[in-house]
Design a protein around this ligand. Structure first.
Ligand SMILES: [Zn+2]
Length: 297
């Protein structure tokens, strides 16, 4: 019996040590990662059912930005979540995320140490300078316009969550090129692969990763035929190089609904699907995002 109790005590201590769930001023919170790589996303959750005062505002303050808490889908009224992305070009360092919540009486702070590590992204050495000369002035103007348009979409915050179920991959297929591969020329990081590539023959049906509203259906210079879906509360998924569209701007699509067919449009060497994810205006690793956001369910 004594031995059992001891064992229990030990396990309990161990649990406290490893568990990211802590109690502070009656708000219970958890964070998906205490160590994170650049371009990865963290999921913060808080539960307020122990709090007597009404909370009027809650957010995560991180690296100079605020990420508001929202009601967690399918959970009780006391459960809130916030998704916090890190940028690809973020350098490794010790950081603190601060959960801030305000009730009638005061402002409360919970500091959460987060270690940003260097992502294990592969490197691709370029021997030929990615030539700008090959792109005409007219194309350059078009590229800039498309980039502005994309930024505007990703920075648009829809105050509503469209999905109520976990995210799924846009097709079941082999990943042929991972997110984040560095393109290095003369030792200088020129760019990186901003999505996850899936093997897909031309004509393969591509489906929505989750429920949402279609906000872009367009032929673009680099991405070719592109569809972007707004899932609400700052989350967007993108599907590039399509050979055909099956949706229009403004359509509500369900998870698993066909939105287009795979192809090789835009600047590509062969047919595949490039799948991209943005969270609150930041491009993130799609596969790590799916794993993280699905912890909501
Ligand atoms: Zn790609």
């Amino acid at each position: 019996m004594k031995k059992k109790q001891k064992m229990f005590k030990f396990l309990w201590a161990f649990f406290i040590m490893i568990s990211p769930v802590m109690i502070d001023a009656s708000v219970r919170f958890s964070v998906s990662n205490e160590r994170i790589a650049n371009a990865q996303t963290m999921l913060f959750k808080i539960n307020t059912n122990q709090v007597s005062a009404k909370i009027t505002k809650a957010y995560v303050a991180y690296l100079g930005r605020r990420y508001p808490f929202f009601h967690a889908p399918g959970k009780s009224r006391e459960d809130y979540y916030a998704l916090v992305p890190t940028k690809y070009y973020q350098k490794p360092k010790k950081t603190n995320a601060v959960i801030v919540y305000i009730d009638k009486k005061s402002k409360h702070y919970i500091s959460v140490p987060i270690m940003i590590e260097k992502g294990k992204y592969k490197s691709e050495k370029l021997h030929v300078k990615p030539s700008r000369a090959k792109i005409s002035k007219k194309s350059r103007i078009r590229i800039q316009k498309e980039a502005r348009e994309a930024r505007k979409i990703y920075n648009t915050f829809t105050q509503k969550l469209y999905f109520t179920a976990p995210f799924v991959r846009p097709l079941e297929s082999k990943i042929t090129s991972a997110f984040g591969t560095k393109r290095v020329f003369n030792g200088i990081l020129k760019s990186y692969h901003s999505g996850t590539d899936f093997r897909a023959k031309t004509g393969t049906e591509i489906t929505a990763a989750n429920r949402g509203r279609v906000v872009l259906v367009k032929k673009r210079f680099f991405a070719g035929n592109s569809v972007i879906i707004d899932h609400g509360e700052g989350i967007y998924t993108g599907y590039y190089h399509l050979s055909a569209f099956k949706v229009h701007v403004g359509d509500m699509v369900e998870q698993g609904e066909v939105i287009g067919l795979a192809g090789a449009t835009g600047r590509v060497t062969g047919p595949h699907l490039h799948f991209a994810v943005h969270v609150s205006g930041t491009g993130v690793d799609p596969m790590q995002f799916l794993e993280t956001v699905n912890q909501l369910f």
